[in-house]
Design a binder for this molecule. Structure first.
Ligand SMILES: NC(=O)c1ccc[n+]([C@@H]2O[C@H](COP(=O)([O-])OP(=O)(O)OC[C@H]3O[C@@H](n4cnc5c(N)ncnc54)[C@H](OP(=O)(O)O)[C@@H]3O)[C@@H](O)[C@H]2O)c1
Length: 332
């Protein structure tokens, strides 16, 4: 009997010790990443021109006529890379191309493609850049809900587009370019996920789940290809002040923890080749550390609570807009 109690106690103690060990290890790792997020760009800056030497002369950025993707294009052009811009609107592509060329002495190319078309869009991109040596591929394009919603409220086409764009485009674009990078034994792939990947996220359920896919996909891809000389980076930004967040001023306005896309991209590009895993911005490093401390179920509840606040912001603004429109109609 004593022996059974002794073995049971030993078992419980071993499990407890192992749990504590992994908990500490995990959070020490987060602390290390936090220190890295602060220090890497200061002490290990990428010299201008070094990215094209290291990876190749052209960078292709998906979703590059607005927000983070556009800022990435400008930052990589500033560092001397030739730029391929990819998005849906030809007008925005032309405008962005002119803006870049007026600022930097580099070559640019535009490709009009809609990633909600799946493989067709990837084939178009691949064909248009066949002659170019793509050294850096930034899988930035992403689709989010219009505002935080319950699953049943999100139109089916929108849900399907989120899966095709966030999951499908990232996967097939990696597949399309990684072979050439492997042959050249150099190249970099940057997959932009999101801080929403850290836990299930009510009211942005499918978006967050698609970003968790990107995280796991990117990590496994690194395992498969890093020995071929390819850098495979996973970025998980928190809020950045772009149109994607226009449903609530709390995250659409720039602040200490909500950088504008230029500040974000400048920092994120500075850690390319230095950190394989990063939030991409120093203040987001602090947030990631704090956000990932509590257990997942607490994080999920906090996320759901915040999304309810953003949802109320959106619905309030919409109802104000509607009553203004009604008033104007009556006056007319
Ligand atoms: N903003 C944030 O707070 C935040 C936080 C975490 C992660 N992220 C991630 O960062 C990435 C960029 O987000 P963002 O906020 O910069 O987005 P954004 O401001 O909405 O810009 C989206 C860009 O993608 C293009 N685009 C949209 N749908 C497309 C499609 N179907 N096919 C091709 N191009 C398309 C848009 O141009 P056209 O409309 O002309 O096509 C635009 O250039 C996304 O993956 C997002 O999930 C953003």
């Amino acid at each position: 009997m004593d022996m059974i109690i002794y073995l049971l106690l030993l078992f419980v103690l071993t499990i407890g010790a192992l749990t504590l060990y992994f908990f500490i290890l995990d959070h020490l790792w987060s602390l290390l990443q936090l220190a890295n997020a602060f220090l890497a760009p200061l002490f290990l800056p990428n010299k201008d021109g070094s990215l094209s030497k290291k990876y190749g002369p052209w960078a292709l950025i998906t979703g590059s006529t607005d927000g983070i993707g556009k800022s990435y294009a400008f930052e990589l052009a500033r560092r001397g890379l030739n730029i391929v811009l990819v998005s849906r609107s030809l007008e925005k592509l032309n405008k962005t191309q002119q803006e870049i060329e007026s600022l930097y002495p580099i070559k640019t190319k535009i490709v009009q493609a809609d990633f909600s078309l799946g493989k067709k869009a990837v084939d178009i991109v691949k064909e248009k850049v066949e002659q170019l040596e793509i050294g850096i591929l930034v899988n930035n394009v992403g689709k989010q809900y219009q505002y935080p919603m319950y699953l049943g409220e999100v139109p089916e086409e929108e849900l399907w587009d989120i899966i095709k764009i966030n999951v499908g485009a990232t996967t097939l674009m990696c597949r399309a370019f990684i072979g050439d990078m492997k042959l050249r034994r150099k190249g970099a792939i940057v997959n932009i996920a999101s801080g929403s990947e850290h836990q299930p996220l009510p009211l942005m359920n499918v978006y967050a789940a698609s970003k968790t896919y990107i995280r796991n996909f990117t990590r496994a891809l690194r395992y498969e290809y890093s020995s071929d000389g390819i850098t495979i980076q996973h970025l998980a930004p928190m809020f950045v002040a772009t149109k994607m967040n226009s449903f609530s001023d709390r995250i659409y306005q720039k602040s200490l923890f909500v950088p504008d896309p230029d500040s974000y991209a400048r920092y994120a590009v500075a850690v390319l080749g230095k950190l394989d895993e990063s939030s991409g911005y120093w203040a987001h490093g602090i947030q990631t550390f704090l956000v990932t401390l509590p257990p997942e179920w607490i994080r999920m509840y906090i996320g759901g609570y915040m999304n309810n606040l953003f949802r109320e912001d959106y619905l309030k603004t919409e109802s104000l807009k509607n009553s203004e429109a009604d008033k104007n109609k009556k006056v007319a």
